[in-house]
Design a protein around this ligand. Sequence first.
Ligand SMILES: Cc1ncc(C[n+]2csc(CCOP(=O)(O)OP(=O)(O)O)c2C)c(N)n1
Ligand SMILES: [Mg+2]
Length: 301
Amino acid sequence: MFTDAHLMQGQEGTAIGATEALDAGDYLTTTHRPHGHILGMGIEPKRVMAEIGGRETGISGGRGGEMHMFEPSQGIIGSNGIVGASLPHAAGAALASKLDGDDAVAIAFFGDGASNQGIVHETMNLAAVWELPVLFLVENNGYAVTLPVEESSGPEQLADRAAGYGMPGKTIEGQDVLTVYQEVSDSIESIRSGDGPQFIEAETYRYLDHTASLTGMFDYRSEEEEERWHERDPVPNFRERLLDADIFDADEIESIEATETERVEESVEFMEESELPPGEDAATGFYQDEEYDGIYQPRYR
Ligand SMILES: Cc1ncc(C[n+]2csc(CCOP(=O)(O)OP(=O)(O)O)c2C)c(N)n1
Ligand SMILES: [Mg+2]
């Protein structure tokens, strides 16, 4: 068995910059395109790869696939196949944090397409009214499957909507990991201090098609547009910045890249060698059981 995947190459700057700005104890909810966020939270690549492959060694025991990846002990309360559902889940975590009096912040990732869902507006409004400690971060990659954001959304910038919810909003360059880290850190600091929710629009781009199985099936983006966004590719641009600032030399960068490539290859091998969950155990972990203690922990780990 091999499930399809919503790949996120091109969006690394936003995923890594934003997750790096979170503290231990904070919460994260994400979308159908979650790999960067989950890896950014420190989950081992082999557990993510195994989940994509439906293996028992995956982050959700192979029962969820990429759209149901959870690790509550590390604040990950889920990737999600329902477009827009990451927002109410994050707001719920933020409400719990506020009621408990801890200083945790929740971050909800969502897409430009999701930003037009009814539940998104309802959640942002209520979060503002209740002054919840939550950051709404829309990854505006320009498209919902093939629909351009200009044809789905009214405002010039999605962040312009923040004023209508009664919260601060800003549009940032999502392709530069350091900018994202700085901007998200600033917002989180303000949210943690009790200033209420904020809205960030990160401008980004996905280099591949909506899902792996849809590769090349639709012609909706010009070569010129794709080239323009490749010039803003977060990975080589960050490599250049590290070299320019003498943080690493070329040999060190090469060695880091070789190590990481090997980690990815080992993750694929790990997935291929791992077992599928046993059929008789297929429903385990789906429902609350007697051992439920408020924090859901699958029994099959
Ligand atoms: C409520 C709902 N409607 C429709 C879909 C089908 N669907 C899955 S992803 C997607 C596009 C989402 O676009 P966007 O929010 O911009 O995220 P991106 O794929 O660009 O990361 C759609 C329409 C769904 N999963 N859930
Ligand atoms: Mg999109």
